[in-house]
Design a protein around this ligand. Structure first.
Ligand code: ZN
Ligand code: ZN
Length: 310
């Protein structure tokens, strides 16, 4: 099994997995044109995608979901609560209902959705298994529970949220209600919380850890890596931050340890974020104030939706 992060963070989330002879997307938080560009960097077409797994209905995860499923006839696997939530901004097409804890077969991949504590109804994270290897994708949660820890422990590769540095969030530019929301038990994991999750779930069988959904305002890759390194030190595991503005190259999920690698955490060099795929798209980062506005708009929309569930 192999996977690539197309992007991770509040400006968009998508991850592509190949295994069991199929190609599946986890979230489609980019407009179809951008999804297409990022898939091209991996030599994939939109038409190669056989299914879409939706974690929850926030727009940074479902922006392109409707068009993808509608135009291509791709099934969208999401909880019933997520489907209802998404119906406000455009229903998920070809919806296939999933439930936390109920394993399902998706085009040859075994997928286990697990409930997450997040401020979107019916939100889940996923463990994906091709029969040989297992990948855990776990972002957008305020606090992990024992079920999530156990599920991630059984993986060989994990993408775990280290959203913000608690002090940067506290002293940063966000309004107080947004700070509270992010730091709440239904918000996002801080570096400290994400690292604690890694510490509990880590196993010698892990070969790869990606740190995801990093805030560009309230975190830095260096801080997230330092938090993760502190708890993974001594483990033979590759650790890096998942990028927001370009896709990674293909990343293998390996069951066995690489030979002769030694017992040391191997950190991504230089910019601390996984470099782009060879043919990666060029994306000009937005100025910080625009990034902030985008996040505020996203959270405002989510708040109004959350407060008046249909
Ligand atoms: Zn998100
Ligand atoms: Zn979210």
């Amino acid at each position: 099994m192999r996977f690539a992060v197309l992007g991770s963070g509040s400006k968009g989330n998508a991850l592509v997995v190949q295994g069991g002879g199929t190609t599946v997307l986890v979230d489609a938080g980019y407009a179809p044109r951008e999804l297409k560009r990022r898939l091209h960097a991996l030599d994939l077409e939109l038409t190669d995608v056989r299914a879409l797994l939706v974690t929850h209905g926030h727009s940074d995860h479902v922006k392109g979901a409707r068009a993808l499923a509608g135009a291509l006839g791709v099934p969208s696997y999401a909880t019933e609560a997520t489907r209802r939530f998404c119906a406000r901004s455009g229903a998920l097409h070809n919806h296939a209902s999933i439930a936390p804890g109920a394993r399902l077969d998706v085009a040859g991949l075994s997928v286990l959705p697990l409930a997450t504590a997040h401020d979107a109804p019916g939100s889940v994270c996923f463990v994906i298994d091709d029969g040989d290897e297992r990948l855990g994708v776990c972002t957008d949660l305020g606090e992990p529970d024992a079920t999530i820890v156990e599920a991630l422990a059984g993986c060989q590769a994990v993408l775990v949220e280290l959203n913000h540095d608690a002090e940067m969030l506290r002293s940063g530019p966000y309004p107080i209600h947004l700070k509270r929301r992010i730091a709440s038990a239904r918000g996002h994991l801080s570096n400290e919380q994400g690292a604690a999750l890694l510490a509990q779930a880590r196993r010698p069988t892990w070969s790869r850890v990606l740190l995801g959904h990093l805030s560009e305002v309230n975190n830095t890759p260096a801080l997230a890596l330092a938090a993760a390194r502190a708890v993974l030190d001594g483990a033979d595991v590759e650790v890096a931050c998942a990028p927001q503005h370009h896709p990674t190259g293909w990343l293998r999920v390996r069951r066995q340890r690489p030979s002769g690698a030694g017992l040391a955490v191997r950190l991504a060099a230089a910019d601390e974020v996984i470099p782009a795929a060879p043919a990666a798209v060029e994306v000009v980062p937005a100025p910080r104030h625009r990034a902030l506005e985008a996040q505020l708009a996203l959270f405002a929309t989510a708040t109004s939706r959350t407060r008046s569930p249909r």
